[in-house]
Design a protein around this ligand. Structure first.
Ligand SMILES: NC(=O)c1ccc[n+]([C@@H]2O[C@H](COP(=O)([O-])OP(=O)(O)OC[C@H]3O[C@@H](n4cnc5c(N)ncnc54)[C@H](OP(=O)(O)O)[C@@H]3O)[C@@H](O)[C@H]2O)c1
Length: 241
């Protein structure tokens, strides 16, 4: 075994994580919670100057996640990768999810790293829990009109990830909100619930490092019973994008 193949995790299970999309609202939660739980964290962002967290076990890595050289160097220094990269809805083609996944997988294979946890969305396919006509129409508008290019690239990302030989988990949250969660629920493939608090999603993502229940599968996560007003959604989720 070369040095490069040696896992960096210590005997307590604490690991060195690479968080992609670390400067997004979910990524920041993942970084903070991972630090709180004793892990070492490498946080990749294109905008290190605006990254708000500081810690002696945190290293902020500047770069674009679709740059294979950046990703290769970042992966070499870590045990596991959590990807929360995101793109806003646009009518233009989107490639950031699939391009990131391709580079990460090549780098993880090169450096003999195994654990990859990626966030896409419950919206990539219609849930059996969406039954009423209004729900079906709203889903169709979101999936096939407003968010088509984003969701299509998430599907590509999922194809790339599932074709790899890594220990992957794909995480499907519904709508994300930055309000305090009260604990997540998780099921294989699908779960009832329209919202997930980002702190609950972050907890689930970090929990996956020590949980093989969803290995090579889809973890559908939600915060049960969570509701927020339309005003909150418009101010904090839609207008901020
Ligand atoms: N918002 C929702 O309701 C929702 C619902 C379901 C699933 N999701 C998914 O959940 C995840 C987290 O969503 P979120 O709303 O918390 O975060 P987000 O606003 O989508 O932000 C993710 C971060 O990705 C980073 N990023 C984008 N392109 C990058 C690139 N080429 N290289 C490096 N970083 C890049 C950006 O950080 P920098 O600009 O600093 O690099 C951005 O802050 C995403 O995968 C999203 O698609 C979101």
């Amino acid at each position: 075994m070369t040095d490069d193949a040696l896992p960096l995790a210590d005997a307590t299970g604490l690991q060195r994580l690479l968080v992609l999309g670390a400067n997004g609202p979910t990524g920041r939660e993942v970084v903070q919670q991972a630090l709180d739980r004793g892990h070492r964290v490498d946080a990749l962002t294109r905008h290190p100057e605006s990254f708000p967290l500081h810690h002696q076990r945190l290293r902020v890595v500047a770069g674009d996640a679709t740059d294979p050289a950046v990703i290769d160097a970042a992966v070499a220094a870590t045990d596991a990768v959590i990807c929360t990269i995101g793109a806003a809805f646009t009518l233009k083609p989107v490639e950031v999810y699939s391009a990131t996944a391709r580079g990460v997988i090549v780098a993880m294979e090169n450096h003999h790293r195994r654990r990859l946890i990626v966030v896409t969305s419950a919206g990539v396919r219609r849930s059996h829990h969406q039954s009423g006509i209004a729900q079906v129409v709203a889903y169709g508008l979101m999936r096939h009109v407003l968010g088509r290019t984003v969701y299509d690239d998430m599907v590509k990302m999922e194809s790339v990830v599932t074709a790899s030989a890594l220990d992957w988990t794909i995480v499907h949250p519904p709508g994300l909100v930055s309000v305090p969660g009260h604990g997540y629920s998780v099921r294989a493939d699908e779960i009832e619930g329209n919202l997930c608090a980002r702190d609950d999603l972050a907890r689930l993502l970090i929990d996956q490092l020590a949980d093989d229940h969803f290995l090579r599968g889809i973890a559908a996560v939600a915060t049960p019973g969570l509701t927020v007003g339309a005003g909150h959604m418009i101010r904090h989720e839609i207008l901020k994008r």
